[in-house]
Design a protein around this ligand. Structure first.
Ligand SMILES: *[C@@H]1O[C@H](CO)[C@@H](O)[C@H](O)[C@H]1NC(C)=O
Ligand SMILES: [Zn+2]
Length: 307
């Protein structure tokens, strides 16, 4: 009797651990899988089209068939729920927030957005550019219509459209991030949630008309099960955040294990022959000029980072 009671209490603990995954910063040892061992539990994480990647700007290919996006519902005032999921915090978006254009094969409905960050002064973006990691990265997850869930969308190589923005550190606070930062402060523990009233997605990201320049490649979700169903868009335009704001963000949430939620990014994955495309920016011009524009904007971005 005592033994079976012991088993009964042990089984949920065991299954929680074997079903869980962790980031390197969680020092999970044998109890859970860190990114280098995700594939043993989640086989798709060992696939050949994984994300994130390092983007080598000298190797990106200009693609004149990558038009701007149309954002729908991005200026609507909405109430959004924020939940600590144990490995990051999700900001749930209503299906009225939508996306078309950008050479995506269909219409997409927003599901949620979340951030990847580092820890006390360490950068924490998932994608890197020429080997450089940025302070933070925003991911906005969209599911292709008519799919209703990740499970339905994962069999389509473009079932998910992920929009990614890199952050650069500025001396001044970005007041547009205040509501997001305050909400993160209210979801310190796994499972806790709060609501941001009167939120607009356009408060934190630029209008579509200012987002003509982007990288595109095919890849995966960056957390298990690493579904290889993602059309990735990484915008050249960065978002700003101050060092003080970053410090607040990385010190507020805790992992499902109770440790501070820091360094929540997956290491970059092999390209395995994939090509990263770069949209031609702005008005129609000859491709040589577009190549220069593309390189120029990368140079500008790099300079902005140095300063
Ligand atoms: C947001 O929530 C408030 C308070 O519950 C409610 O009065 C308001 O109608 C909601 N707004 C939207 C757009 O749903
Ligand atoms: Zn993400």
């Amino acid at each position: 009797m005592g033994f079976s009671l012991y088993l009964l209490t042990l089984i949920p603990l065991l299954s929680q651990c074997t079903a869980q995954w962790c980031y390197q910063s969680q020092y999970c040892d044998e109890t859970c899988k860190d990114p280098n061992h995700w594939a043993t539990q989640f086989p798709r994480c060992g696939g050949l089209r994984q994300s994130p990647i390092n983007i080598v700007t000298s190797k990106v290919r200009i693609n004149t068939a990558l038009p701007p996006f149309n954002f729908i519902g991005h200026t609507d005032i909405i109430n959004i729920t924020v939940e600590n999921k144990g490995h990051s915090a999700h900001f749930v978006l209503p299906q009225s927030v939508r996306l078309t254009g950008g050479a995506l094969p269909g219409h997409y409905r927003a599901a949620q957005f979340h951030f990847h960050w580092g820890g006390n002064g360490r950068p924490g973006s998932e994608h890197t550019i020429d080997g450089e990691r940025f302070p933070m990265e925003l991911h906005i997850v969209h599911i292709k219509e008519p799919y209703g869930s990740m499970a339905e969308a994962e069999h389509d190589t473009a079932g998910i459209a992920l929009l990614a923005f890199l952050f650069e550190e500025t001396t001044d606070n970005n007041p547009n991030m205040d509501a997001v930062i305050a909400a993160l402060g209210q979801v310190p523990n796994n499972g806790s949630s709060t609501v941001i009233p009167n939120f607009r997605l356009s408060d934190i990201i630029p209008a579509a008309k200012d987002l003509h320049s982007y990288y595109r490649y095919v890849g995966s979700m960056t957390t298990p099960g690493c579904e290889q169903a993602v059309a990735w868009t990484l915008f050249h335009r960065t978002l700003s955040i101050s060092g003080r704001q970053l410090e607040t963000i990385v010190n507020q949430c805790r992992f499902w294990t109770g440790l501070p939620m820091t360094d929540i990014f997956r290491p970059t994955q092999p390209l395995d022959g994939r090509v990263v495309y770069c949209s031609k920016s702005g008005t129609a011009q000859r491709s040589v000029i577009n190549l220069q524009l593309c390189i120029f904007s990368v140079v500008l971005m790099t300079k902005a980072l140095i300063h």
